[in-house]
Design a protein around this ligand. Structure first.
Ligand SMILES: Nc1ncnc2c1ncn2[C@@H]1O[C@H](COP(=O)(O)OP(=O)(O)OP(=O)(O)O)[C@@H](O)[C@H]1O
Length: 241
């Protein structure tokens, strides 16, 4: 792995009551250790996972709407401003600049940009325009053909387009890339399947950001309970007040 930690330069923050410092997890953030090849960010909607991932992407130099360093300023989707990025310090050993920031919500615009600039028959994307592949196929093409070693990948909800079977395929891709010990992933996810990747560090975002075991995540607990007790859970959920 390459990125060892990220630290919020708290001493430079003027006002913790304004966004993004007002988000509880960011408010309490100090130094986050990233000492595993695969790190997951998990937590409720709105808990700050994308905000932090985007800020890290910004500091690495990736387009904050998604892409790599080559795509910075190269395509014209509105890149969200990462106010937080300016307040993060990343510690590297060694520093890498290759990689990719996958953002499900702006992937369509990224695909259009690749259509415009492609010169090698979409070699890095399975030989076909990303627009001529289904949403899930285009994600997998990117993972299978563009992801390489000596790089850092930030993935924001990669499961958004993937069937459970294809999420398993992604686990296999992570495993194959990890074998060389020369790659790093930070992944924000809601998927109990992806979270199951072995030896990953899982950070849960609630009031603070803290490490949890796989079985302790509410994502795994709720999914497991639902699958085992579907009728009982639905009955409880739909009960008249
Ligand atoms: N530009 C903005 N101005 C003010 N608040 C914002 C802005 N963008 C996001 N927020 C708020 O910041 C909080 C964190 O959002 P973020 O997208 O990081 O959450 P998340 O954990 O990634 O959620 P999800 O799991 O739904 O993707 C949310 O409460 C959101 O409403």
């Amino acid at each position: 792995m390459f990125l060892k930690s990220c630290r919020l330069k708290r001493e430079e923050v003027q006002d913790f009551s304004v966004y993004p410092f007002s988000i509880p997890t960011i408010h309490h953030l100090d130094t986050l250790s990233l000492n595993q090849t695969v790190t997951f960010f998990v937590g409720e909607n709105g808990s700050g996972k994308s905000t932090l991932l985007e800020a890290i992407a910004d500091q690495i130099g990736f387009h904050t709407a998604g892409g790599s360093r080559q795509n910075v300023r190269a395509y014209n989707v509105h890149a969200s401003e990462s106010h937080l990025g300016d307040y993060l310090r990343l510690s590297w050993m060694p520093k890498v600049t290759d990689g990719f920031f996958l953002r499900a919500e702006t992937f369509y615009q990224f695909a259009s940009h690749i259509d415009e600039v492609d010169e090698d028959g979409f070699k890095s994307y399975g030989g076909k325009s990303l627009h001529h592949q289904s949403h899930g196929e285009s994600f997998l093409s990117l993972f299978q053909h563009r992801f390489r070693e000596k790089a850092i990948y930030l993935l924001d909800e990669p499961e958004a387009a993937l069937s459970p079977a294809k999420q398993l395929t992604l686990l296999r891709i992570l495993h194959d890339l990890e074998k060389e010990q020369n790659v790093q992933f930070i992944i924000a996810t809601h998927s109990p399947i992806l979270l199951g990747y072995p030896n990953a560090k899982i950070y849960e975002f609630d009031e603070t950001i803290h490490e949890v075991a796989y079985e302790e995540t509410s994502h795994v607990q709720i999914s497991t309970y639902f699958l085992r007790n579907r009728e009982k859970m639905l009955e409880e959920l739909f009960k008249e007040q």
